[in-house]
Design a protein around this ligand. Structure first.
Ligand code: SF4
Length: 357
């Protein structure tokens, strides 16, 4: 039973990662089914004899876990100090609420249901009595209303701060913790973008949760957030404050809506069980829409790239070429480049765009 619970928790925790995976190629049915059903793409790749090459190394995961756990030791003293230094919390702030599951390093919360209940009670309490709000909360857990990412979607927010705004209204600011090194102006742009995107998902989920609880008039969700990276070569936190999450929250909102629409058109009522071999087969049998982005995340990319090559699809030359050539096969485009006579308006237009007429 404990093992089943852990599997469920892991599947749920993956909600954010699954959403991000889906967002990399939302036009591919196989990718959508994989995200909705939590069927891992590496498992699907293994099934057809491909060697998976994506996924985080166990060492990177272990280092990330160590970094995060260290931030919350002794009532989150290290994280608090870093947040105070960057003005995310007032000097001498106080109060720490630890909602982390025991399996994730917490002390008090044993199950997902307990974490959900305690998070809800925390929001209701600070809405009613803002003076009791702890300034720092680890791992509040949100169930995303409306059943996005079937069969359920739970998010664990890394950390939030609570400050008191106008008229003593509690203001909750989401934070994303990453083991990425903060190199000031030289920090990897895609690492910042990834962390911001994830924080935007948190912000949107928190807004939905507060709305569903009827607390939107009592709690403000900050439009910005904070990112916690590491100082290069150390496990000390480096906080990036005031990260604007407006675009990322809108992206999350639209993405969730779209994913739900697509999911409803693809999902069958008889297939709710991750790791079910028939689900892996469904992912393998689903329509695909290969693009350059696939190469960055999907273990099925070699198969889909080969299909595109076999079909002489211009996508193998990249998105720019695909935009230019559309449905014209690469071989035909080469013929037109070499002076073949166009047979229709599309080919005339293509030759003109290629500067040949
Ligand atoms: S590689 Fe294939 S299955 Fe994977 S996302 Fe791209 S098109 Fe879909």
């Amino acid at each position: 039973m404990a093992e089943v619970d852990e599997v469920r928790q892991e599947a749920r925790r993956n909600t954010r990662a699954r959403f991000e995976q889906w967002a990399k190629n939302p036009s591919c049915d196989a990718n959508t089914l994989s995200a909705v059903h939590n069927v891992r793409l590496d498992a699907a790749a293994r099934e057809i004899g491909l060697s998976p090459s994506f996924g985080q190394s166990p060492f990177a995961i272990a280092r990330g876990n160590r970094f995060e756990a260290g931030l919350f030791v002794e009532q989150a003293a290290r994280l608090r100090q870093a947040l105070e230094t960057k003005g995310c919390l007032l000097p001498s702030s106080s109060g720490f609420l630890d909602l982390r599951l025991k399996m994730n390093g917490g002390q008090n919360v044993s199950t997902v249901d307990e974490a959900l209940r305690l998070t809800q009670e925390w929001l209701q309490r600070i809405a009613c009595d803002p003076g009791t709000a702890e300034s720092l909360v680890a791992a509040p857990m949100i169930r995303i209303p409306k059943g996005v990412i079937l069969p359920e979607a739970l998010l664990i927010i890394d950390a939030v701060t609570v400050t008191l705004g106008d008229a003593m209204r509690p203001r909750v600011t989401v934070g994303e913790i990453k083991v990425f090194p903060d190199r000031g102006g030289h920090t990897e742009p895609h690492q910042i973008a990834t962390a911001r995107a994830q924080a935007g998902v948190y912000r949107h989920a928190l807004e939905l949760a507060v709305l569903e609880l009827g607390l939107a008039g009592d709690i403000d969700i900050a439009t910005d957030g904070f990112l916690v990276f590491t100082w290069p070569g150390s496990n000390s936190p480096s906080v990036r404050a005031g990260e604007d999450l407006t675009y990322q929250a809108i992206r999350a909102e639209r993405g969730f809506q779209r994913l739900e629409e697509v999911a409803h058109s693809l999902v069958r009522t008889d297939d709710f069980a991750a790791d079910n071999p028939t689900l892996i087969q469904r992912v393998l049998d689903a329509d695909t829409n290969y693009s350059e982005a696939c190469l960055s995340f999907c273990d099925l990319a070699p198969r889909c790239h080969k299909h595109a090559l076999d079909a002489d699809d211009a996508i193998v030359l990249g998105m720019e070429a695909k935009r230019l050539l559309g449905e014209t096969p690469v071989a035909r485009a080469l013929e037109l480049l070499n002076g073949a006579v166009p047979v229709d308006d599309r080919e005339y237009d293509l030759q003109r765009q290629l500067g040949l007429s």
